[in-house]
Design a protein around this ligand. Structure first.
Ligand SMILES: NC(=O)c1ccc[n+]([C@@H]2O[C@H](COP(=O)([O-])OP(=O)(O)OC[C@H]3O[C@@H](n4cnc5c(N)ncnc54)[C@H](OP(=O)(O)O)[C@@H]3O)[C@@H](O)[C@H]2O)c1
Length: 427
């Protein structure tokens, strides 16, 4: 069982590493809002990063936004730098869980996972880069299991709504659910919206390197997951979806990789029937499609060369039609934004054999929530941590490197998310 108690040597339940980053600052606010949900109604926490000055600024800002002046004096600061392993070890020895907000993870993530595993701290990140997530599983799963450490990646908008959404859909279905497709729609209000540069950079470097995923996956030596029921159909690169009555494209993020890893774990560990998954994003009308085709074409070409990547990194707004920006969204923009995942599942009713004939039942569910990157992501990340702290007996038996679905399938994470505005429902 995961060790979740603080002690004089390990005084903090949660340490937010990278608290001075664009996302980190909102994670700080979310932890401050949620501190009564810790074990026995309290949460001891600290912020960490490479600049004490910036961390003080973040605490000042959080205290003003939340009207909690005590944050300035009561929350401790730990100075740690990814480039200084000793400082990471000192940080990890002091916390039960490290919430790692330092990205792109492909550059900065591994030393943090290593330090957590070696020093007995559980680790949660909000990475959306399959190569990093799968690489950490390959390299640290056994050592994390030996040490009883739980490393749970992709606990933000990538990929808690999709991964837990598939499990929710399966659990609501009366029979054997065999396939799910999800359609993501992101909306913004009159002020518009955008995504911060940190995620743009992660996407650029992730795509530039995506060809390495195949060889990484070979190293696991996995057998293919069995296909139960009718095989899920593959959609085109751009198609009109009857389901959401909009044009849609395959979702380019980490969700398909994360969901597949969860399904593999649940099949191998608990002998559950695997669910096939397809992830799509709706793109709206014709003008959006034209912008998308143009931006996508430029992106795919430029990302291949270092000068092209430098251009993309220098001018995120230009190359993404304002979808990404160095300043990130304003609080007003975030208030007006939201996301909605529609899940369309099919399977076989109780008593029907999935190996015989076509699926004979369908289900539709939704996962909806506030602005994805900086409101829903901190909620999901913090609730993942609160779940580890409060429900260690419901986690997988051994430590290891897990997806959210693998780590939290038996916990009450979905109920906790429902209470915090990320709503799961059957339509
Ligand atoms: N899953 C999701 O849906 C989701 C949502 C939001 C963000 N993200 C991911 O979260 C990551 C952060 O994004 P962001 O927009 O918040 O980026 P950001 O604003 O650039 O923040 C990066 C953070 O990393 C810190 N950092 C950089 N180098 C460091 C080092 N050597 N040692 C210690 N700290 C270091 C920075 O510290 P300084 O302040 O001192 O520079 C800063 O706190 C990205 O990978 C992004 O993709 C994921």
């Amino acid at each position: 069982m995961a060790v979740v108690n603080t002690s004089p040597d390990r005084p903090y339940h949660i340490i937010i590493f990278g608290a001075s980053g664009f996302t980190g600052q909102f994670v700080v606010e979310e932890v401050a809002r949620t501190s009564s949900e810790g074990p026995k109604g309290t949460l001891k926490w600290a912020v960490a990063g490479r600049s004490r000055q910036k961390l003080e600024k973040v605490l000042n800002q959080a205290s003003e936004v939340l009207g909690k002046p005590e944050l300035k004096s009561e929350v401790d600061i730990i100075v740690a730098d990814v480039g200084e392993p000793e400082s990471l070890a000192t940080m990890c020895k002091q916390g039960v869980i490290v919430l790692n907000c330092v990205g792109p993870y492909r550059f900065y993530g591994e030393p943090v996972v290593k330090a957590c595993v070696e020093n007995g701290a559980h680790c949660i990140d909000i990475c959306g880069e399959p190569q990093f997530l799968e690489g950490m599983q390959l390299n640290y799963d056994s050592e994390a299991a030996e040490k009883g450490v739980y490393v749970v990646g992709s606990c933000g908008f990538d990929s808690i709504p999709a991964d837990m959404g598939v499990l929710y859909t399966r659990d609501q279905f009366k029979g054997t659910l065999t396939a799910v497709e999800s359609f993501l729609t992101a909306s913004s209000g009159p002020e518009g919206g955008c995504i911060h540069d940190g995620t743009w950079q992660s996407a650029i470097y992730g795509l530039a390197d995506s060809h390495k995923l195949r060889s990484l996956r070979k190293k696991f030596g996995h057998k293919p997951l069995p296909v139960v029921g009718a095989k899920i159909k593959r959609r085109g690169a751009l198609f009109f979806s009857e389901e959401v009555q909009q044009y849609a494209i395959p979702f380019m993020g980490a969700d398909p990789s994360v969901v597949k890893r969860s399904q593999r774990f649940l099949t191998e560990e608990y002998e559950e029937s695997p669910v096939q998954y397809g992830a799509y994003a709706s793109v709206g009308g014709i003008s959006n499609i034209i912008k998308l085709l143009f931006a996508g074409f430029m992106f795919m070409i430029l990302v291949k060369f270092s000068f092209g990547r430098n251009l993309l990194i220098k001018f995120p707004e230009f190359f993404s039609f304002g979808f990404f920006s160095k300043a990130g969204p304003t609080r007003k923009q975030m208030e007006g934004s939201s996301f909605r995942f529609a899940f369309f599942g099919e399977g076989y009713t109780e008593g029907t054999d999935p190996s015989q004939g076509k699926p004979n039942a369908k289900i539709r569910t939704l996962v909806q929530g506030p602005e994805a990157g900086y409101v829903a992501t901190p909620i999901a990340m913090v609730q993942a941590a609160i779940t580890i702290l409060n429900e260690p007996r419901l986690l997988p038996k051994k430590g290891g490197v897990y997806t959210p679905g693998a780590a939290f399938a038996k916990t009450t994470l979905i109920d906790r998310l429902n209470k915090h505005g990320i709503q799961f429902s059957v339509v």
